[in-house]
Design a protein around this ligand. Structure first.
Ligand SMILES: Cc1cc2nc3c(=O)[nH]c(=O)nc-3n(C[C@H](O)[C@H](O)[C@H](O)COP(=O)(O)OP(=O)(O)OC[C@H]3O[C@@H](n4cnc5c(N)ncnc54)[C@H](O)[C@@H]3O)c2cc1C
Length: 389
């Protein structure tokens, strides 16, 4: 990349956003021999973390995450009504979740990307596309125009790349916020505590994840439905949150951000590029888990782009179809409507009471301990080359 002034550059693919989706897509493409520029506005990937970092068993089984950056396994979930009395406790006989130490995990991902040949540009903001299709970035050395064959939007829930490529954009969003701090290991059972209370978390849950090393205390919901705002809800919850071994310390790490829950978007690709991760709406509408979906969709995106780059055919991106994959989200979209409809503590209490019954417990186990997350897209059928690759 040019060091200063209005520089010019070229790349097979420009990926905007070095979250998990962008890092994974860029690394797979570079391993396939393509020239990839990965730009993120964050100057350090350890800063401005926006996720709790709970990885589900299916992800831990299928993807190589460095185990030294994962917390102890969690097998227990406790579901509380408003008032926190008599939680429904579910134990799994398998390790279900591990919480990632996200700063070091992003850094490990960045090292893997660079080792694969990705040119990583941190502190570099995507500004838009020029009339000739070049990507316009602003980095530490000033503005930069990059000619590219394909543009990938891995730039999160409010994707600017989606707008510029004329693709679908997320319209149903939750907003979440949490505090993270180290806790003493007193031999407690690592537990994921979930509180169903629409005054704390309208349309979603308040949570405490305590894996014996760190506590994550958070709330999320529809922004316009927090009675006194998100911050006040988090403060109120942090003061009474269940399952914590002691008082909250003075200094805590704060995290937060939007979570798309409208399901995978229909139009996530076009001849000029595509979207991955939150930008594509690849988040479970019910659990709001996006880490497994973003890894799976990124692998599919890299396969489609590899085909397009090797064959020289832009129309190969037609195989990247959100509408087909979205079909498997139908059930979870219905359950999302159900969760969104919980508007009073009385209804939330009745919901948790239902979860106490054998069918309710079985349903909760299926959602919390089941293997369904994001559908594995069908393998890409290779396109016939239009031009010599
Ligand atoms: C509070 C909270 C808790 C969550 N907890 C969990 C959880 O425990 N488990 C789970 O599975 N999911 C969780 N999620 C959802 C999950 O974190 C996301 O789905 C996932 O991280 C999305 O990854 P991504 O790479 O698509 O986006 P992001 O991680 O948001 O990355 C987008 C990147 O794009 C960069 N960017 C944006 N705009 C520009 C620009 N113009 N120029 C350059 N760079 C740009 C940003 O700096 C960022 O690095 C949570 C979400 C929130 C908000």
């Amino acid at each position: 990349m040019s060091a200063g002034g209005t520089g010019h550059d070229g790349a097979d693919v420009v990926v905007v956003g070095a979250g998990l989706a962008g890092l994974h897509t860029a690394t797979l493409l570079a391993r396939g021999g393509h020239d990839v520029l990965l730009a993120d506005r964050r100057p350090r990937l350890t800063g401005a973390v926006r996720t709790t970092g709970i990885f589900v068993r299916r992800t831990l089984d299928d993807f190589d995450l460095p185990p030294e950056h994962l917390g102890p396994p969690i097998r227990r979930v406790a579901l509380y009504p408003p008032g926190l009395r008599r939680p429904v406790v579910l134990d799994s006989d398998r390790d279900e979740y591990r919480v990632g130490d996200m700063g070091p995990l992003y850094e490990a991902g960045a090292r893997a990307a660079v080792a694969a040949g990705v040119r990583l540009a941190l502190g570099t903001r995507y500004e838009g596309r020029a009339d000739d299709g070049a990507v316009v970035l602003t980095g530490p050395g000033g503005p930069l125009r990059v000619r590219t064959r394909f543009l990938v939007g891995a730039d999160g829930a409010r994707s600017r790349v989606a707008r510029d490529l004329g693709l679908d954009r997320n319209s149903e969003l939750l907003t979440g916020a949490e505090e993270v701090y180290a806790v003493p290991d007193t031999g407690r059972t690592p537990t994921f505590h979930c509180v169903l209370d629409p005054t704390l978390a309208p349309g979603y849950l308040a949570w405490v994840v305590d894996d014996g090393r760190h506590a994550h205390v958070g709330v999320a919901g529809y922004a316009h439905r927090f009675p006194s705002g998100l911050r006040a809800a988090l403060d109120r919850f942090a003061a009474t949150a269940p399952g914590l071994p002691g008082p909250r310390p003075e200094a805590v790490e704060r995290r937060g951000g939007p979570i798309p829950v409208g399901g995978l978007l229909h139009r996530i690709g076009c001849p000029e590029g595509l979207l991955v991760g939150d930008a594509a709406g690849a988040v479970s509408p019910l659990t709001a888990g996006g880490l497994d979906p973003c890894l799976r969709l990124s692998a599919h995106a890299a396969e489609v782009l590899d085909d397009a780059l090797r064959t020289g055919r832009r129309d190969a991106l037609a195989a990247y179809d959100g509408a087909t994959l979205r079909a498997s989200f139908r059930g979870r979209l219905l359950l999302r409507r159900g969760l969104a409809a919980v508007r009073t503590p009385a209804v939330a209490g009745a919901g948790v009471a239902l979860l106490r019954t054998p069918p309710g417990r079985a349903a909760a186990r299926r959602v919390l301990f089941g293997d369904r997350s994001f559908p594995d897209p069908a393998p890409v059928r290779r396109t016939a080359a239009a031009v010599p690759a």
